[in-house]
Design a protein around this ligand. Structure first.
Ligand code: VGL
Ligand code: ZN
Length: 204
């Protein structure tokens, strides 16, 4: 059943490291899985992303001697939270969370692979210029509407939503299918309000 014609379901970073027990665990991150599995077959296209970092990635506090995890730095003019090591390429932490139905995912897009720059959005790296290729893929398929779900509401989901609006997609967020890091405190609320203001439809 394809209820949503020219639309795509974007499943953002539902990976072990963002779920309970993982290295950058989002509270109740695993709870999005049953929700996503249930709505998936209503979409003609499903794309999933994976955060996929090399060990020496600039977003890891461990690569900044003397810095602590969760410090905020400005690197090359871009604000960067220094995260714990997470989603290292080829490790268990980078795998999809068990039970996520990946059978009907047509594209798995990996991001954050350049050690010199982070990539929260599925469309552009954090320089806001370097494309991941996703926009071209969706345009080629005549997709004009994006439905977002996954982790984390205030980082990768948020930046993907903002870019989707800028690129001209009708953009929707399944809030029940998303959980946030909420760092700094209040960040999820701020992100949701900002998404609303910019025209993202929040589906309760
Ligand atoms: C994410 C922090 C660092 C995310 C990725 O998927 O939201 N957050 N890397
Ligand atoms: Zn990351």
């Amino acid at each position: 059943m394809d209820l949503y014609g020219n639309s795509v379901l974007l499943v953002i970073d539902v990976q072990n490291d963002f779920c309970p027990g993982g290295r950058l665990a989002v509270k109740d991150g695993d709870r999005v899985v049953p929700f996503i599995n249930e709505i998936m077959d209503k979409f003609g296209k499903v794309v999933a992303t994976q955060d996929w970092h090399p060990e020496d990635h600039l977003s890891f506090a461990s690569n900044h001697p003397g810095k602590e995890v969760m410090e905020i730095e400005t690197i090359d003019g871009i604000e960067q939270v220094l995260w714990p090591d997470h989603c290292i390429q080829g490790t268990e932490g980078a795998n999809f969370y068990p039970g996520l139905n990946i059978e009907n995912i047509s594209l798995i897009l990996r991001k954050g692979m350049d050690k010199r720059i982070d990539s929260y959005s599925a469309f552009f790296e954090n320089d806001k210029k370097t494309s991941t290729g996703l926009d071209g893929y969706l345009r080629n398929l005549h997709i004009d509407t994006v439905y977002l779900t996954g982790l984390a509401t205030d980082y990768c989901v948020y930046y993907t939503a903002i870019d989707a609006v800028k690129l001209g997609y009708r953009t929707n967020l399944f809030i029940k299918g998303s959980r946030g890091v909420n760092f700094p405190e209040g960040n999820v609320e701020r992100a949701v309000n900002d998404m609303k203001e910019r025209g993202v439809k929040i589906i309760e």
